[in-house]
Design a protein around this ligand. Structure first.
Ligand SMILES: Cc1cc2nc3c(=O)[nH]c(=O)nc-3n(C[C@H](O)[C@H](O)[C@H](O)COP(=O)(O)O)c2cc1C
Length: 354
């Protein structure tokens, strides 16, 4: 669907605020939690470039086991949120022991988490096979007991992110969503794939999102999975009647994506894409803040993580321009923050380039 075709649809009603318990998010476009990606450095960029057009950001997943082991060296390492910059935001936890999840949620709320999100979407075997993440969807009773325990333990809204189910063809998310609502969950986000499908590049089937939306009585449902463009976001909302859209991979390197989608839905006009100077500045800010706030004392470890991230800011130009192809080539080979600065500063200073 092109933007001009979108203009013929009445999409104005799609950008309605969502109520998550006592918290209102102004735009129903939200950032999906992504381990290794949605750390403070990136969430801050989303707030800077998309503002309130990203209704909600979410931390990476945190282990309830680690959080409740006070002497574990990583137990507080990822408490990286800055409420004044990020609000509204959710902090995500995983685990399958209701009491431990409740304790972990309390620790996070004491540390300022305004929303607790429970991960029932992670398919990675080391988590799901042990019954955490999407592994909980094999056992709706335990999954519901986890939500119940967390809701009872904290006085902030509790949300849940699920996949369609665990085994392909067994959409347990539907019954679970009803049960989760009954015990007090305030929002459900649904990634349409089954856990067993991992991230298989199969054609999206958003039926499960509609089914979950029909199953719950009054809490909002976010649709998730393979939304890359404004057209995808509109299509998902219209086809499934979901209240909003959660976007993950497409936002990597594109912290302005939420502003872009909101603008295109509101106006029907294409969003003016950021210049090279803006992209280079965003990539550099990402690197600097990550180095400043990293849990690793050794800069090299952070730079290795950044190698896989920074080139994403320049995706759109990859075919067109030899100088940008070179930039991308070198960004995946940097060793220090100084290397990154040396690569990006010329594009920032040369404001007219593309
Ligand atoms: C690198 C990566 C890390 C992820 N980490 C998490 C996570 O910590 N918690 C979670 O609930 N989902 C996680 N997900 C799943 C995403 O939140 C999202 O459900 C999935 O990517 C589908 O949405 P998308 O097609 O918009 O990317 C992760 C996905 C990716 C690609």
């Amino acid at each position: 669907m092109t933007i001009s075709k979108l203009h013929n649809l009445d999409t104005s009603s799609l950008l309605k605020p969502i109520q998550i318990g006592n918290i209102t998010i102004n735009t129903p476009l939200t950032l999906a939690p992504m381990d290794g990606m949605t750390n403070y450095a990136f969430r801050r960029l989303v707030r800077e470039y998309s503002g309130e057009d990203c209704g909600l950001v979410c931390t990476e997943l945190l282990s309830s086991l680690i959080l409740t082991s006070p002497h574990h060296p990583r137990s507080r390492a990822k408490f990286d949120w800055q409420p004044t910059i990020e609000f509204p935001f959710a902090v995500q936890i995983y685990g399958n022991d209701p009491a431990m999840m409740a304790d972990a949620a309390q620790i996070l709320v004491e540390a300022g988490a305004p929303i607790i999100d429970i991960n029932m979407g992670c398919w990675v075997p080391k988590i799901a096979r042990k019954g955490g993440g999407a592994g909980l969807l094999r056992d709706v009773c335990t999954a519901t007991a986890v939500v119940d325990a967390v809701v009872q333990a904290v006085d902030v809204p509790v949300t849940v992110k699920v996949r369609a189910g665990y085994e392909v063809g067994q959409p347990t998310a539907i019954n679970f969503a009803k049960a989760a609502e009954d015990v007090g969950a305030k929002l459900i986000a649904v990634h349409w794939r089954y856990a067993k499908q991992g991230f298989r590049p199969i054609p999206p089937d958003w039926t499960i999102i509609r089914q979950v939306k029909e199953a719950v009585r009054s809490i909002p449902v976010l649709g998730n999975g393979d939304v890359k463009t404004t057209a995808d976001a509109i299509k998902m909302m219209l086809e499934t009647d979901c209240d909003g859209v959660m976007i993950g991979r497409a936002a990597a390197g594109h912290p302005w994506l939420f502003k872009q989608i909101a603008h295109e839905i509101r106006t029907g006009e294409p969003f003016p894409l950021p210049s090279m100077a803006t992209r280079a500045q965003a990539a550099l800010d990402h690197a600097r803040v990550m180095v400043e706030t990293s849990e690793h004392s050794d800069e090299t470890v952070t730079i290795l993580e950044l190698r896989g991230r920074l080139h994403q800011y320049f995706d759109e130009f990859v075919e067109e321009d030899e100088r940008i192809a070179q930039l991308r080539y070198h960004l995946v080979r940097v060793n220090t923050l100084a290397d990154i600065e040396a690569l990006l500063m010329p594009f920032i200073e040369e404001r007219e380039y593309i």
